[in-house]
Design a protein around this ligand. Structure first.
Ligand SMILES: [Zn+2]
Length: 239
């Protein structure tokens, strides 16, 4: 897939580079990795992306955590920061919802489920799936949307918990199944949810694929982290 990255966006992105990964993280990072400050949550917490691989390669995005009480994907996101696929421009957002992680809540600091706040068939919902006052009312959702529009990812993987399946809803089934096979997660065609980030990407960026990797409950073991990391790379290279 060709990458869409107009020059002004690249310039803005260059200005947003905050630190080298070596300075930002104690762990070993892939050579050439860089950290980009995407923006801040309602409570002022930084939302960062890490870019590894080849900047002219196929753009792929991985989001480790959108629901703050589903943190199992964060370790996988950090593991992906240490790979350096030479044919992929791999973007990793370990935590899109840092306020939710801090509070151990599904929702953000405004009580909104970010995965119901995207514009595709957005509708008012309340309670656990509170969708916000309007589409993209939430900072964190706007940050994700802006990144996805800019990158035009061939593939976006969103980690969730804890249904223990690949939630496939509108992407390329060959890609979704490649992930499921390597991850060892059952593959399930599922409905496209109103206001979800996945349904929004699959319907507004034709030819791209987004899906949810619903991990089992709890924190993944090191072996599981390695397996899911391989699964992301397999999906990125499928079919
Ligand atoms: Zn979730």
């Amino acid at each position: 897939m060709g990458r869409i990255a107009p020059a002004p966006a690249l310039a803005a992105l260059a200005l947003a580079v905050v630190v080298s990964l070596a300075a930002a993280s104690a762990g070993p990072a892939a050579a050439g990795a860089r950290v980009v400050l995407l923006g801040r949550s309602w409570d002022g917490r930084a939302i960062r992306a890490v870019e590894v691989g080849n900047r002219s390669g196929t753009p792929v995005l991985v989001v480790g955590c959108i629901h703050g009480n589903e943190t199992g994907g964060i370790a996988i996101a950090h593991a992906l920061e240490r790979v350096s696929p030479r044919d992929l421009d791999l973007w990793i957002v370990p935590v899109l919802n840092p306020d939710g992680v801090a509070a151990d809540t599904r929702q953000n600091a405004h009580g909104v489920d970010l995965n119901r706040n995207f514009p595709w068939r957005w509708r008012p919902m309340s309670g656990v799936y509170e969708s916000g006052p309007r589409p993209l009312s939430e900072r964190e959702a706007r940050i994700a949307r802006a990144l996805i529009v800019r990158l035009h990812p061939h593939l976006t993987v969103w980690f969730h918990q804890h249904l223990d399946l690949v939630w496939a809803s509108g992407g390329d089934r060959r890609i979704e199944k490649a992930f499921a096979r390597v991850a060892g997660l059952p593959y399930h065609p599922m409905p496209q949810l109103s206001g979800s980030a996945i349904a929004w990407q699959n319907n507004t960026l034709p030819g791209t694929t987004a899906f949810a990797a619903e991990l089992p409950a709890g924190q993944p073991s090191p072996a599981a982290v390695a397996r899911y990391t391989r699964a992301v790379l397999a999906a990125a290279h499928a079919p």
